[in-house]
Design a protein around this ligand. Sequence first.
Ligand SMILES: Nc1ncnc2c1ncn2[C@@H]1O[C@H](COP(=O)(O)OP(=O)(O)OP(=O)(O)O)[C@@H](O)[C@H]1O
Length: 397
Amino acid sequence: MPYEARQPSCYVHEMVPNHSRQLALKNERMDECYFDNNLNPFCSFAEGFFYERKIYMISLKAVSKKFNTKQGQIVAVDGVNLDIKKGEIFGIIGYSGAGKSTLIRLLNGLEKPTGGKIIVNGQEITSISEAKLRQVRQKVSMIFQHFNLLWSRTVAENIAFPLEIAGVPKDKRADRVNELIELVGLEGRGDYYPSQLSGGQKQRVGIARALANRPEVLLCDEATSALDPETTDSILDLLISINEKLGLTIVLITHEMQVIQKICNRVAVMEAGHVVEEGDVLEVFQNPKQPITKRFVSQVSEKGQAEQTIQRLVELYPNGKLIKLVFVGEQTEQPILSKLIKQFDLEVNIVQGNISHTKSGAFGTLILQLEGNSSAIEDAIHFIHEQKVLTEVISND
Ligand SMILES: Nc1ncnc2c1ncn2[C@@H]1O[C@H](COP(=O)(O)OP(=O)(O)OP(=O)(O)O)[C@@H](O)[C@H]1O
């Protein structure tokens, strides 16, 4: 249902009637309609409730894309439903072959779906003419992993290119190019050729060029995958600032959870052509549901990495008991291990350990495998407790 019920009292004082939009709503059989001061979202009064119409910049309804190849049919995108809000940064993550590139190319009409509907800024783009599609594309621009710059043109000429195509007069082009060069932090580089720029600078040119015709949506196709981590960070910062300054909706595809973590409001996880999980980034990080999402989240969370390591150790050391000791400060200097071996009739194997030194002291963990009779193991754990070392049993045989 496209409407969300609200208690009547919550919006009344913020709304002004808007007659032109009332006409638009007549078809939707609403009794009355009101708008907030920004005319967005608009609401209507019907059956005693206010309904807030959710405004989406992009909606995908049961979208599929199949390719017929010599080897048979490939279903690259399979029945995807997605709603991307105006002004948000939306990330689509998946491993290679999941269907991300195909999906993003569907959003600006570079690919035509074999099933379903795609609505961009209120316009259904799946069945419109090529001429109309070209207009939509001016409002939905794209940046690429390998920048796709014109190598024989300078930075300024690259940025001016979409303006030339759109028929913007020369003097206006020059002003807009200067504005864009400043926006992306390339002052003084206007006369350089792409070959004279670093990877990060090339992507800045790509971003400036994509923004030239004031798009409403920026699609980013693995835009930072060819960059080193530091440059990636600076390009992501630039995307955040553009999103905030211009209110631009950004849709990006990536296979790196760091990118999602750093800049996205919401994320969809793709696997084998399907969106298998979707939600606010924080929620997905805190409570990933699907195995593939858990794997992506573990790329970036220490907890996730530790869980993965422990899982591996449990498989590698199935006998006895695996215990984890956590040392903090002075405990790191105690000879616990030698006492343990001397006092108890046990096989003690060090499975993994690390100590990190920080300005405020040392801390570390040690994972041990204890093999022997069960009462000796219990006594040993009790002994470690007495030394005030935090102990956790992570597996029993
Ligand atoms: N033009 C095409 N013709 C035939 N098959 C295609 C075409 N484009 C994509 N595919 C196939 O569709 C599937 C999804 O590909 P897609 O490139 O969308 O995935 P991806 O998640 O972007 O992966 P990658 O990051 O490796 O590009 C793959 O099996 C791919 O081989």
